[in-house]
Every structure is written in structure tokens, then in C-alpha cells.
Design a protein around this ligand. Structure first.
Ligand code: PEP
Ligand code: MN
Length: 352
């Protein structure tokens, strides 16, 4: 934004300003006020040489660049009204609940199919199921390509959109070819910029959404938004933020619960926030209250590990998974909080 010393630029001055910004593929848009006119610069207005040349003109007072470095994910961006649809839900218009196994057990496909029907019955919007898993120990079960068939079979049987994590290009290729609806980027890969770019490129122009977890060590909110910007800039703006707990841990919980960053994300970005309380607190008994807290903080939904018989699960399921009957109650309470929240609603228009 260019602010002249006088109340407006003369025609000659405006022509000179125009010739400078055009050399940097920008345009000037006068914003005519009652007392003075200011001039918005459309395009990459933070180009240093251009800014310095404008500031060098003796009739210019200031040049204020939009302070958000995010062209696509920022709440001021042209995508501010972009909507993401998952199955029957426009995210943000009603609670979005993604539920299902941490890990699909390829030896027992029926467990996953049974849980898929149960989470649908409980009211879930989409089904999660880990085909490949990032495991701390290299000897632990790492997932299996064959689980993709089970995931897709569950989608066919239930009609629920499906979510799975991809950790590399090989898995990405398989998941995109299978038409997975939501690609999860895990906490370990949220700062893997080459993977983020590849995901953006390979899902551009496809109806595939990306659920971007918050990296375990991610600090500033901007670092999280920048990671999402990588995916959007590479071609796919359908990105949702997923706080899932950070380090250091809080004594007793698996990670440090971070659902409270939701309002901060929402102040800076238009993108939906789907909180993962399962990996945050790490125990099924704490998951309902952590989910409700996330909703109270303004989340658009939650992703919760759920298994029809957690004891028979693998990966995180025995310790973290809710049973479908608890999920059902939780979804009812999430809807109740959704209604209560309307009493305090800050609209997007107020934020922009
Ligand atoms: C998961 O969702 O099962 C998972 C491994 O998540 P995170 O990347 O948050 O650890
Ligand atoms: Mn898990």
C-alpha cells in the first residue's frame, strides 16, 4: 500500500509510480477515500527493489506491504472464501469427524471393515486407516501396501471418504492412483518440503484433500502455515491444519496438547482446523475431553482413532482408540458444543 505525502498523487506522479510497479509485473489500484487516496499494489508487493524505488520518490510518505507472507493460505488472500468439502460435509458448516483405525491390520481385514461400518453408524464424516505407518522402531510393523485394498473396500462398503498417511513419493503415487480422498501428512513429515511440494503437484486438479499435521517440534504458528503454503503453491489449496500435540510432552500425556492454537491459526488463515486429540493425549480415556476442548477452541472437527475392538488392534489402537459407542456420544456432544460456540462466534469478516 502506497501512501503519498499529499492527499493524492497527481496524474504525472501516478504515471511514474505505475511505470515502476509495472516493471515488476504489479498494478496500482487507487483506493479513494473522503480525505485522501491511498494506492494498493496488486502482485508481489514485497519485491525489495521495487519498494525501494517507490520509497525513493520524494512525494511518497510510506510503503506498507501486506504483513502476511502467505499468498494463498492467508486470511487476506484471494482464497479467503475457499471451501473444502469432505463427503457430504462442507468443512466449517458442520462438525467434520474423521474416525477409524490408527493402523489397518492386513491379516485381519474384517476388523477394519467392521470398524468402518461402526464409525459410519456413529456419525463420522470420513474414515481413517493407516496403510503405512511411521514407527519409532524399525522392527515395528510398518504397514503394508496390501492394506490399500482394504481401505478402498471399506469406502465402497460404507460410502465414507477415506484418509491415510503418505510418507514418501512411492506411497503418494499408490494413494493418488487409488483415489484416496484425504492424504495425511504426518507430524514427522510436516517439514519435509520436497514431499509437501510433490503432494501439491500430484494432487493439483484432483478432488484430493490434504490433512497436514503439526510437526512435533514446530514452534511459531507461521511455520505451520508456511508448510501448508508449500502444498497450495504447488497446486492444491485444499489443505486442512491438524494440531496433534507437540514436544516436550506434558507429564502423563503422549505429547503437549496444542488444540489451543486453533484460534491463532484461524486469525491468520482461512484453512479449516481438524484437531487430532488421539496423538495429543495418547490414551483413549483422555480423548473425549481433549476432543471437546478442541471444539470449544473453534476447531472445525476432530480426527479420532476408533476401533470396534481396540484390544485386537495394532499400532496405536490398543491404547488410543475409542470404541464406536464412545465415539457416538462424543459426536453428539461435539454438535452440542458447536451450537454453544455460535454464541461467541467471530465471523471471518471480522477477522479479515
Ligand atoms: C497417525 O495419525 O496415526 C500418526 C502416526 O500421526 P502423527 O503423524 O500425528 O504421529
Ligand atoms: Mn496413530
Amino acid at each position: 500500500m502506497i501512501i503519498p505525502k499529499e492527499s493524492r498523487l497527481t496524474d504525472e506522479q501516478l504515471a511514474e509510480v505505475n511505470s515502476i510497479v509495472e516493471a515488476y509485473h504489479c498494478k496500482v489500484q487507487p483506493i479513494v477515500g473522503h480525505h485522501r487516496t491511498i494506492y494498493a499494489v496488486l502482485g508481489e508487493e514485497r519485491e525489495t527493489i521495487m519498494v525501494n524505488r517507490i520509497l525513493g520518490l520524494d512525494y511518497i510518505d510510506r510503503f506498507d506491504a501486506v504483513d502476511s507472507p502467505f499468498k494463498l493460505m492467508a486470511i487476506q488472500s484471494e482464497l479467503a472464501h475457499h471451501q473444502i468439502t469432505i463427503g457430504k460435509v462442507i468443512v466449517g458448516q458442520m462438525p467434520t469427524i474423521i474416525a477409524g483405525h490408527c493402523t489397518i491390520d492386513p491379516k485381519n481385514p474384517n476388523y477394519f471393515l467392521e470398524s468402518a461400518h461402526a464409525v459410519k453408524e456413529a456419525g463420522a464424516t470420513a474414515l481413517r486407516g493407516g496403510v503405512w505407518k511411521p514407527r519409532t522402531m524399525p522392527y515395528s510393523f510398518q504397514g503394508d501396501d496390501s492394506s490399500m485394498k482394504i481401505l478402498i473396500e471399506a469406502r465402497e462398503q460404507t460410502g465414507l471418504p477415506v484418509d491415510t498417511e503418505v510418507m514418501d513419493e512411492y506411497q503418494l503415487q499408490i494413494a493418488v492412483e487409488a483415489g484416496v480422498d484425504i492424504l495425511q501428512v504426518g507430524a514427522r513429515n510436516a517439514l519435509n518440503y520436497s514431499l509437501l511440494k510433490k503432494i501439491g503437484e500430484m494432487t493439483a486438479d484432483k478432488p484430493i484433500k490434504v490433512l497436514l499435521k503439526r510437526s512435533i517440534g514446530m514452534g511459531p504458528v507461521n511455520e505451520f502455515i508456511a508448510a501448508a503454503e508449500y502444498i497450495a503453491a504447488a497446486g492444491n489449496p485444499d489443505v486442512m491444519f491438524c494440531p496433534r500435540g507437540t514436544q516436550p510432552t506434558m507429564d502423563g500425556y503422549r505429547n503437549y496438547p496444542d488444540e489451543s492454537i486453533t484460534p491463532l491459526l484461524k486469525e491468520k488463515s482461512w484453512a479449516p482446523v481438524i484437531v487430532d486429540p488421539s496423538h495429543s493425549v495418547g490414551r483413549a480415556k483422555y480423548v473425549p475431553s481433549a476432543s471437546l476442548a478442541a471444539m470449544a477452541y473453534g476447531a472445525d472437527g476432530v480426527i479420532v482413532e476408533t476401533h470396534s475392538n481396540p484390544k485386537l488392534g495394532i499400532g496405536d489402537d490398543p491404547k488410543q482408540s475409542l470404541t464406536p459407542d464412545v465415539l457416538k456420544k462424543l459426536i453428539e456432544d461435539i454438535h452440542a458444543i458447536w451450537e454453544i460456540r455460535k454464541r461467541y462466534k467471530v465471523t471471518k469478516a471480522q477477522l479479515v
